[in-house]
Design a protein around this ligand. Structure first.
Ligand SMILES: Cc1cc2nc3c(=O)[nH]c(=O)nc-3n(C[C@H](O)[C@H](O)[C@H](O)COP(=O)(O)OP(=O)(O)OC[C@H]3O[C@@H](n4cnc5c(N)ncnc54)[C@H](O)[C@@H]3O)c2cc1C
Length: 662
């Protein structure tokens, strides 16, 4: 009998590899491939031709000619008998010439990427630095925690808390992470609704120090993302420092001890106190569900579920489902369930701008994964391209041009280009349904609310068993929803894709700083403010991740900002350790100036418009969640703490003194 699983012969491997390589090169993205080749070969002639291509605005004929050359040179590199060496990809530019060469490559992504800091930022963030064969830490990084001023308590083990744990471990700083949930990965453990996933490309939604070439698709779904974070926790050896099912109820600053006292409810239900020199909050912005209070909810009769609290085993097959909310989670859950439900009624308050993306549903095939693993620099340049195009490339669409004349649908020339592009998509998708087109077209500028990637949304709306309702909900009634026009829409189940209470930042912990001041009071409930989104006066040694004004309203990747913040915090903690400081506290004037700048910047940005509903603003209309900065600005600002921005104290015990400002 023939072997059902014959072993492949050596020839099969060879021909498989040849086939993989051929497919990989044919499918490769041109610019990252070209940049990888130039970086590996230092082919100045090719670099000049690429620069000419950029200057000519991508002449198609020249592009085709260069494509052949680039593929041939990439094939030569792949044929060279060198392992895909991490060293080859990771050596830090050793000289100014190398740095200038690398910066010239980065500039090929876009002329604006030639500005200051982009080279260094891309080196780190695109993952080139991560590939350097474990560069030795500076001596101070590897010192043990010699003076007992630390450890650090980290609250939350989502993407940010894990990033902090890894950063602290690398720096040799003691820490413990408290996570109230039963698993790590936060958002990705909590959100289990059908279709849940990222709308940032996965190659960008990964730590720069742990790039993954194994994503199965360009926009991964939550199981794969959660598995990635689990993998990071193990690979970087921080699992034993994470206490699951441990909720931090309160953090009180102890003036005499110059430390924080945490009240923690442990997995056994007991509350105990823990002392830490510093606290890093990593409790997220998007995990307190926003649940609308509808009258008649008690009479409705069926399940009412929020996307972030999806009941295990909820079966929507054959049900009449009401989907309330058409934001990011609505865009994911609607198309994911539409095939199986009997009827879907979509309740929309305001339409979102919807951007087509050819890769949104695409798998990352074996040839592409193979190329990322085998061609030095290719994966990093792919990521660099995404960092640019999903980050600062979009930024110009956000700033109001006071001279711009429009009917209110755009705020500057770039904003208008985005609008026209998305309008064309909307019109072509809904060409045969003018009724839907009228309801689905936003009347505000792009990025006034989060722009969504098209998950076949318009196609879903056109399905015969789908209805788009734009009238406001008046009340729930038994077995349905009544809108203000008196219509009753029958439903067995209601899905609330209504988002999160983002402006109630850090409200999952009662934090009390100097003189017992509660953070909630300092922030007047929903008016969070912090210097760089990280630190605030009266709360010494308290550092925040994903804090006030750090959400990337235009795209980006939250991981980028988390890495910037962790870097900054670790540098603060190292400064404390090196100088024998017991505390660091942000100066009030620095904090206030920074927030004035943030507010002034937001005032000229699209999401500050009060005629657009979004979750970025608090009850007073101030933008509290979003960052006003470009990625490169925030990266540069968080490189090195300016120690003059802090009031510091030496340890009381050592000096027998009350708090002493240095
Ligand atoms: C559905 C969804 C899709 C998203 N897609 C993207 C995307 O495509 N790109 C992007 O950049 N961002 C996206 N985001 C934003 C996302 O929240 C961040 O990317 C990231 O997951 C935030 O990580 P975090 O660790 O800061 O917060 P979280 O993931 O929210 O983790 C916070 C953790 O803190 C824990 N915690 C809270 N309070 C306490 C306490 N008192 N004691 C102990 N533990 C506590 C929580 O249990 C949780 O595990 C998405 C968010 C959602 C909800």
């Amino acid at each position: 009998m023939a072997d059902p699983n014959p072993r492949p012969s050596a020839e099969t491997f060879a021909s498989d590899t040849a086939a993989l390589q051929a497919a990989a090169l044919a499918q490769a993205e041109f610019l990252p491939l070209a940049l990888a080749v130039v970086q590996a070969t230092r082919d100045d002639g090719l670099l000049l031709r690429l620069q000419a291509l950029r200057a000519a605005g991508r002449d198609q004929g020249m592009l085709m000619a260069l494509r052949e050359e680039v593929e041939a040179k990439a094939a030569q590199l792949l044929a060279a008998p060198v392992e895909p060496s991490v060293d080859a990809a990771g050596q830090h530019p050793a000289s100014a010439t190398d740095e200038a060469f690398f910066a010239a490559l980065v500039q090929l992504l876009h002329e604006r990427a030639g500005e200051r800091h982009y080279g260094a930022m891309m080196w780190e963030q695109a993952g080139f630095a991560a590939r350097s064969a474990s560069r030795p830490m500076a001596a101070r990084d590897s010192q043990a925690d010699r003076d007992g001023l630390l450890p650090v308590a980290v609250i939350g083990a989502g993407m940010s808390g894990i990033c902090a744990a890894i950063g602290l471990k690398k720096a040799g700083i003691g820490f413990e992470v408290f996570e109230r949930g039963a698993a790590v990965s936060g958002t990705w453990a909590e959100n289990t609704y059908p279709g849940c996933g990222v709308d940032t490309p996965s190659l960008f939604y990964a730590y720069s120090f742990e790039p993954s070439e194994r994503w199965s698709q360009h926009f991964a779904k939550r199981d794969e993302i959660a598995a990635y974070f689990e993998h990071c926790v193990d690979k970087y050896g921080v699992r034993d420092r994470i206490r699951l099912r441990c909720e931090v109820l309160q953090c009180v600053y102890d003036e005499a001890g110059q430390r924080w006292r945490l009240t923690v409810r442990y997995a056994d239900g007991q509350e105990r106190q823990v002392h830490a020199r510093a606290v890093i909050t990593a409790v997220g912005q998007l995990n307190i569900p926003s649940i609308p209070r509808f009258s008649g909810a008690d009479e409705f009769g069926g399940p009412i579920v929020h996307t972030a609290q999806w009941p295990r085993g909820l079966d929507l097959r054959g049900k009449r489902v009401g989907l309330i909310g058409t934001g990011a989670s609505g865009m994911q859950v609607g198309p994911a369930v539409v095939d199986s439900v009997a009827h879907l009624t979509v309740f929309q308050r305001e339409p979102h701008w919807v951007l087509p993306n050819a890769q949104y549903h695409e798998k990352i095939g074996a040839p592409q994964q193979w190329l990322m693993r085998h061609l030095p620099h290719y994966a990093q340049w792919l990521r660099a391209q995404l960092i640019w195009s999903y980050g600062d490339a979009v930024y110009t669409a956000l700033k109001v041009d006071p001279t711009w004349v429009s009917d209110g649908g755009s705020i500057n020339a770039t904003s208008e280009k985005f609008r026209q592009f998305m309008l064309r998509h909307l019109n072509s998708e809904l060409a045969d349904r003018p009724d839907l087109r009228a309801k689905a077209e936003p009347d505000y500028p792009p990025y006034g609310k989060r722009v969504l990637l098209d998950n076949h949304w318009y196609r879903m709306l056109k399905r015969p068993h789908v209805e788009l309702v734009v009238e406001a909900i008046e009340t729930l009634v038994p077995g349905g929803v009544r809108t203000v026009d008196g219509q009753v829409h029958a439903a067995d189940v209601l899905v609330l894709a209504t988002g999160f209470q983002a402006t109630r930042m850090l409200s999952s912990v009662d934090i009390r700083g100097r003189n017992g001041v509660a953070l909630r009071e300092a922030w007047e409930g929903d008016n969070p403010r912090a210097y760089l989104g990280i630190t605030a006066p009266r709360f010494p040694n308290l550092f925040m991740l994903y804090g006030p004004n750090t959400n990337l309203g235009y795209g980006g990747s939250a991981i980028f900002n988390a890495e910037c913040q962790v870097h900054y915090i670790v540098r603060c903690l190292q400064a404390m350790r090196e100088r024998d400081w017991a505390t660091m506290e942000c100066r009030q004037d620095i904090h206030d100036q920074y927030n004035d700048t943030v507010d002034a910047m937001h005032a000229g940005m699209v999401w500050a418009r009060q005629d657009v509903e979004n979750w970025y603003r608090n009850s007073a209309g101030r933008v509290t969640t979003n960052t006003p900065w470009r990625l490169v600005d925030y990266w540069a600002m968080t490189r090195e703490p300016d120690l003059a921005h802090f009031v510091v104290e030496r340890p009381h015990a050592l000096h027998g003194q009350p708090a002493e400002a240095a």
